[in-house]
Design a protein. Structure first.
Length: 165
């Protein structure tokens, strides 16, 4: 485990409307095409799983938003603040999502990722996600164009163990 992670106790807590200014600041630093306040408000209103990954002082390290479906969890947004990237926090957020799947007997975790986001695709592939489809022109891109999304899925093993390989 990374020494920085071990030295700092981090925890998940529910995302609330009063957190949105901080979340949007991270979202805008992390992405060229960030989610809007409305996207987050809609997710909260719909009752989606929305959690912050925070340090002992409630400092925002990252967050995820996911929608429960029939026998599955669909990851809509997983973000680690730029200054906290490459320290294992995305893996911790994925651990939490997989645990949620096990606790609620959801058999798979789904997501879309930009075709050009090689770093995220590698993180997901190392976790055992497999590419199962393509959504053409799914994401907005530079100069009014669109970018394809790769659809990825992870089968969740029953029980309380770690992620499936």
């Amino acid at each position: 485990m990374n020494a920085l992670l071990a030295a700092q106790p981090l925890r998940l807590r529910p995302l609330k409307a009063c957190d949105l200014d901080r979340v949007l600041a991270v979202e805008q630093r992390a992405y060229s095409f960030p989610w809007t306040r409305g996207n987050f408000i809609d997710a909260l209103a719909a009752g989606y799983l929305a959690e912050l990954w925070v340090d002992a002082h409630d400092g925002l390290v990252g967050y995820h938003v996911a929608m429960v479906g029939v026998d599955e969890l669909h990851l809509l947004n997983l973000t680690v603040a730029p200054q906290w990237q490459r320290l294992g926090h995305a893996r911790s957020l994925l651990d939490a999502l997989e645990q949620h799947c096990r606790q609620h007997q959801l058999g798979s975790l789904w997501l879309e990722v930009r075709a050009g986001n090689q770093r995220a695709r590698q993180v997901y592939s190392r976790r055992g996600f497999v590419e199962v489809g393509l959504r053409r022109n799914y994401y907005p891109a530079a100069h009014g164009s669109r970018e394809d999304a790769i659809v990825m899925s992870l089968a969740i093993a029953a029980g309380a163990g770690g992620h499936q390989r």
